[in-house]
Ligand binder design. Structure first.
Ligand SMILES: Cc1ncc(COP(=O)(O)O)c(C=O)c1O
Length: 432
């Protein structure tokens, strides 16, 4: 037993912390990538697992940061944020989502990125025994922190047959009576589904009847395709009475590393978040908030990002379909979520692979049929045997997520990467 063994809190495993041998999913992916690269140093790894933009922030944000960084007045703790950022956020919500009438002073509060927001909201609402309703698969932070506080995260599975919307009518009354928070995220990571206004209206009604605070994660809200339009939960009548919406500049403005986002909505809920936040951090650097003001004034930047992703989705979906996946272009986000195959291989080499980039060295393995009982198994095989990285999800059926944020600086690169992906997947002879 080390000095620390019996010092760890139960919420992170107590004395068992670090000893379970269980590997966090993203760590397992990293390890598989390292192993594949080591085994095949000459073959390009196609990384379709990335969850962040492949391009840097736009020059106007960078220039604003450069200009503001050295200004004396920006040096102080920003605490709960500067008014200019709150005002810019209110104007942005009105312009992009037609959400009007928000009072920036009481209805908007920034976050140092939005991940910390999901760690703080449970502190404002969850006591031991309380329930947070969380969609799965999904971004886990709010549920994790609800559990840390002695609460419970109750999973609401997202299934294709429901358009990847949760079944609010199927929640047991005993769970509902303890539920205080409902976490939703549309456009959804990882399914790529968008919510409808009718669904949001139903959520408002459900939340009012059951006295549940709604937290809508709008991290991808402006990245939509086809007929889908950016839709804010706050635009639905009554939403402002019961909920909050969380916006991030990470994906909409290619500003992941900058750490900037904001929460908007009900003033009492904002005040509760602000009270907790005041005890957690001292605010994002003012110069970054001022760069955020510039970005928020240019929502057309997000349209340009969406146009690129849309083009990539067309290529990606065609490649996935030709390999046998039941792929459809999503209505939002930058993810294509497809059912994982049950097997690969099982063919004679002569019938298949011409391609030098595929791992043809091991001909015996190439012929062997491999079966997968989970998406995680398939994803691991795909990295090791085809050097294609994806993110697997097994929470509501076996699915893998392909992201269109893969590295490809030019149009020609984009096509080359997708052609290469196509060759590797087709040579895998996937069975569904
Ligand atoms: C669904 C979802 N919500 C929230 C976040 C957090 O974004 P950030 O902390 O960069 O604002 C992410 C990041 O991947 C995400 O996918």
């Amino acid at each position: 037993m080390s000095f620390f063994t019996d010092r760890f809190a139960r919420r992170i495993g107590g004395p068992a912390f670090g000893k379970s041998g269980e590997i966090f999913k993203f760590e397992a992916i990293k390890r598989a990538k390292r192993a594949a690269k080591l085994a095949h140093p000459d073959i390009e790894l196609i990384d379709m697992g990335v969850g962040e933009p492949d391009e840097p922030a736009f020059p106007l944000a960078c220039q604003a940061l450069a200009a503001e960084a050295s200004r004396t007045e920006n040096r102080f703790y920003a605490d709960n944020g500067i008014p200019e950022f709150k005002e810019a956020a209110a104007r942005y919500l009105e312009r992009v989502y037609s959400v009007s009438g928000l009072d920036p002073a009481t209805q908007i509060m920034h976050g140092i990125g939005t991940k910390p927001v999901y760690s703080m909201l449970p502190l404002a609402f969850i006591d031991p025994g309380d329930v947070a309703l969380v969609t799965v698969p999904g971004y886990p932070i709010l549920g994790t922190h609800a559990r840390y506080l002695g609460g419970e995260a109750y999973p609401l599975p997202l299934r294709a047959e429901n358009g990847f919307l949760p079944d609010l009518d199927g929640i047991p009354p005993e769970v509902l009576s303890r539920a205080k928070l409902l976490y939703l995220n549309y456009p959804n990571n990882p399914t790529g589904a968008c919510a409808t206004e009718a669904f949001f209206r139903k959520v408002v009604d459900f939340a009012k009847r059951n006295r549940i605070v709604v937290v809508h994660d709008a991290a991808y809200a402006a990245l939509v395709y086809g007929d889908a339009k950016p839709l804010s939960f706050l635009s639905v009548p009554g939403a402002m009475d019961i909920g909050l919406e969380v916006h991030s500049l990470s994906k909409s403005f290619n500003m992941t590393g900058w750490r900037l986002g904001f929460v908007a909505g009900n003033p009492e809920a904002i005040a509760a978040y602000a009270a907790v936040k005041d005890n957690v951090d001292s605010g994002q650097f003012r110069a970054i908030q001022k760069a955020g003001v510039e970005a928020l004034a240019h929502p057309e930047l997000t349209d340009a990002i969406a146009e690129k992703y849309s083009r990539r989705f067309d290529l990606l979906v065609a490649a996935l379909r030709s390999a046998g996946f039941d792929a459809k272009k999503p209505s939002g986000s930058f993810y294509c979520y497809v059912r994982a195959p049950v097997a690969a291989g099982g063919h004679d080499r002569a019938a298949g692979v011409q391609n030098r980039a595929v791992c043809v060295q091991d001909r015996a393995a190439e012929r062997a049929r491999v079966t997968f009982s989970t998406a995680a198994e398939f994803s691991d095989w795909l990295i090791r045997e085809r050097l294609v990285s994806t993110v697997p999800w097994d929470d509501a059926g076996p699915y893998v997520r392909f992201s269109v944020t893969f590295e490809a600086p030019t149009l020609a690169d984009e096509r080359r990467v997708i052609d290469e992906l196509s060759r590797r997947l087709e040579s895998a002879r996937l069975e569904f």
